[in-house]
Design a protein around this ligand. Structure first.
Ligand SMILES: Nc1nc2c(ncn2[C@@H]2O[C@H](COP(=O)(O)OP(=O)(O)OP(=O)(O)O)[C@@H](O)[C@H]2O)c(=O)[nH]1
Ligand SMILES: [Mg+2]
Length: 389
């Protein structure tokens, strides 16, 4: 069960001042000692993550963060990291001591409100507490003595309220329909298994009580000979979409795994608008390629080899590319376009936040999958199936 990738888990961040009892809370919630606790301020440095299976909610990811009032030189860096976690959480638990909020806590609460993040306050009734803090959506308890059942009840309530359960074929696939999946196995394919979008697609087709036909053959004309009725939808790997479109009758519905994932992960309309910006891009405009995970450069790498080639061919000039990877974009003001990775390791919340950050600065943003279809001249064809666009 713990195989569920973190990007698909309901993510719960634990925030607050040093010594508030954040790590004590994480340990109590999961019933084991996963985060070190001590009376020394600043015990938690890097975020501590714990994947957990919660009855009624499913796969969750807890993130215990560093205290927000750590003012040492290193502490400031830790605080910065803790604050960036805010963008990926579905629920923030703010641990407070039973006393008036300090400056950092007040700023945190303001930020959570601005970002419209569901927040639960845990008021840790330290034995020595003085004031009676009363806050909406809060649980008061002594973390060292009391059960955390009430906190779990709140988590479940918030989960039920906000979880819009989204699946890959929502809105495009009904019951008893036939989907053809075109997934050529090339050198980049992992040994002995399918990649996540393919597995997710197969699972959702079964959940929707429909049927899948999986093939490596990109010649759809040839494939159609296998069926007595036309497939309702064809989903192809982005890299082969041009061939698939070319060999398909016009009336067939076609899309790519990447387009479906872009819609599941983020705002597809925004990403399509971002890709269409290519038609207005000028030679000296700067493009940022943003990858969520750091990895070693490999020959034929999508970001450093395939995308630059596709761009140059489409634009007719060498694109002015800059690369970044990791949790933050850094300074994006100088760019006209951001091309983001597929975000397989990011959750929807993070992707939407990144799109919003770019939008606020009037910078176009798209992702690899949408860009590939755009540069291959098939973008309009592969998004036709979505009524919302
Ligand atoms: N007396 C009392 N002590 C508590 C309570 N909850 C936590 N503590 C203690 O307070 C200290 C700090 O708790 P932690 O859980 O490490 O605090 P934290 O918020 O993770 O702190 P940092 O990692 O430094 O940011 C530990 O020694 C805990 O045992 C409580 O309800 N009462
Ligand atoms: Mg801690």
């Amino acid at each position: 069960m713990n195989k569920t990738p973190n990007s698909l888990r309901f993510t719960i961040g634990i925030f607050g001042s040093t010594n508030a009892g954040k790590s004590t809370l994480l340990n109590a919630l999961v019933g084991e000692s996963v985060s070190i606790t001590s009376s020394v301020k600043g015990t938690t440095t890097d975020s501590v993550k714990k994947a957990y299976e919660l009855e009624g909610v499913g796969a969750v990811l807890f993130i215990d963060t560093a205290g927000l009032d750590d003012e040492s030189e290193l502490g400031k860096e830790r605080v910065k990291k803790a604050v960036t976690e805010i963008d990926r959480v579905d629920l923030a638990i703010v641990v407070l001591k039973n006393e008036a909020l300090n400056e950092q806590e007040t700023t945190l609460v303001k930020k959570l409100k601005e970002k419209q993040i569901e927040t639960l306050f845990v008021i840790n009734k330290f034995d020595e507490s003085l004031v009676n803090l009363s806050l909406e959506n809060s649980v008061s308890l002594n973390l060292l003595k009391d059960s955390v059942d009430e906190i779990y009840t709140h988590i479940k309530k918030i989960f039920d309220k906000k979880s819009e359960k989204r699946e890959i074929f929502d809105g495009v696939l009904g019951e008893n329909e036939l989907v053809v999946l075109i997934t050529p196995i090339d050198e980049a394919a992992p040994k002995g298994r399918m990649i996540l979008p393919q597995t997710q697609a197969l699972r959702d087709i079964l959940d929707k009580k429909s049927h899948a036909f999986v093939s490596q053959n990109t010649n759809i004309d040839e494939l159609l000979a296998n069926f007595s009725k036309k497939p309702n939808l064809i989903v192809a790997d982005s890299q082969y979409i041009q061939e698939v479109v070319k060999t398909s009758p016009k009336e067939l519905k076609i899309t790519t795994f990447s387009i479906l994932m872009a819609r599941l992960k983020g705002d597809l309309k925004g990403l399509v608008d971002g890709a269409n910006m290519l038609d207005r891009l000028k030679e000296n405009d700067k493009i940022l390629i943003a990858e969520a995970c750091s990895h070693r450069y490999v020959e034929g790498d999508i970001a450093r080899t395939k995308i630059p080639k596709l761009l140059e061919k489409y634009l007719g000039f060498k694109p002015n590319l800059t690369y970044t990877c990791g949790k933050e974009f850094g300074d994006i003001d100088e760019f006209s376009l951001i091309i983001h990775c597929g975000g397989c390791m990011l959750n929807r919340k993070t992707m939407l936040n990144r799109q919003q950050t770019a939008k606020n600065k009037n910078i176009a943003i798209t992702n690899y999958g949408v860009l590939i279809s755009k540069t291959q001249g098939v973008l309009d064809r592969v998004i036709e199936i979505f009524d919302e666009l």
